[in-house]
Design a protein around this ligand. Structure first.
Ligand code: NDP
Length: 285
């Protein structure tokens, strides 16, 4: 048929291991809902092949790709442009190809922040206690700092990693950050507004919950978890029982996917379609 294009726009997900990453379900549901001829390809890319994979992305004129474990940091060296916040975090999870050049962005922390926007919670002036100092912690703290939180206490098992994140925040943002050691059940300071688990504790299949003195969680606090599988982590369930307002990692995941979708297609993402596709996949309905 004249004028008809049989070519699909290609989006990737480069990771290793990557087989159990369900993002394809969310993205394909969104493409279908908007009638877009896009394909999301979950692709196994070994660390030694990452540079070639980025060159292939350009050669095949792909729209872009998600980047996941273990490439989020190493990929920066192969990109033509990196956003200011992604450069600060030192990690990229979304690449967009425009006019033959690659643009790196990090939507993980932005997805986290969007959950606050959706809940109508203003972050400015808040005191934060955050557990963890890995990739998710970096993304969340840098984005929270950009929204004017007053202070962030980073609590991490490995001191050096925690101190490194605190130094980054103090040097590059206006938020005051401190490192607090994590030896024994952590006591949440009373003036804390928001408590965040940015460690991998609680993840399926090991589950468990961060070592906190849970009697120090106050009912007015907002308690967030980056872990999305399971959605109702033991940490969030305990916080909810104590009257805290809880925010789960599932919303963060959907929001970051929606922001990436917008970067690739230029269109607003059908968030409810994406949410229910993943909920169905995870048997949450
Ligand atoms: P990293 O491996 O970079 O960091 C892991 C963090 O968890 C480190 O701070 C590590 O501490 C800490 N940790 C792990 N095990 C323990 C333990 N037994 N006791 C104390 N601390 C521990 O992982 P990421 O930052 O990339 O991911 C962290 C979590 O965030 C994961 O569950 C991931 O699924 C989730 N995530 C969710 C997203 C979403 O959209 N919902 C997006 C991105 C991540 P140490 O430094 O001492 O090793």
């Amino acid at each position: 048929m004249e004028g008809k294009s049989y070519r699909s726009e290609l989006i990737g997900l480069f990771g290793c291991p990557v087989d159990e990453n369900a993002t394809v379900v969310v993205m394909e549901a969104a493409f279908q809902a908007l009638g877009l001829n896009y394909r999301y390809q979950t692709t196994l890319v070994y660390p030694q092949d990452l540079e070639i994979a980025i060159a292939a992305l350009k050669a095949m004129n792909m729209r872009g790709t998600h980047i996941t474990i273990p490439h989020k940091v190493s990929v920066l060296q192969y990109l033509d442009h990196v956003s200011e916040t992604a450069a600060l975090m030192g990690a990229v999870n979304t690449i967009t190809l425009k006019d033959g050049e690659t643009y790196g962005e990090n939507t993980d922390g932005k997805g986290f922040i969007e959950s606050f926007d959706q809940a109508g919670i203003d972050l400015a002036g808040r005191h934060i206690v955050l557990f963890g100092a890995g990739g998710a912690a970096r993304a969340m703290t840098i984005e929270m700092a950009s929204r004017g939180v007053s202070s962030i206490a980073v609590v991490n098992r490995t001191r050096e990693r925690g101190v490194e994140l605190v130094e980054l925040l103090n040097e590059k943002t206006a938020t005051k950050a401190i490192y607090l050691p994590w030896d024994g059940a952590f006591q949440i300071p009373q003036e804390t507004h928001i408590v965040v688990n940015a460690t991998s504790i609680g993840m399926h299949p090991t589950l468990g919950r961060p070592d906190i003195d849970y009697s120090t969680l106050q009912s007015g606090m907002i308690v967030c978890d980056g872990v999305h599988n399971p959605v109702h982590t033991p940490f969030l369930m305990e916080a909810a029982q104590r009257g805290c307002r809880v925010m789960d990692g599932f919303s963060m995941l959907i929001n970051q996917a929606a922001i990436s979708f917008r970067l690739w297609t230029g269109l607003d993402a059908p968030i409810e379609v994406m949410r229910s596709a993943l909920a169905k996949e995870f048997d949450l309905e």
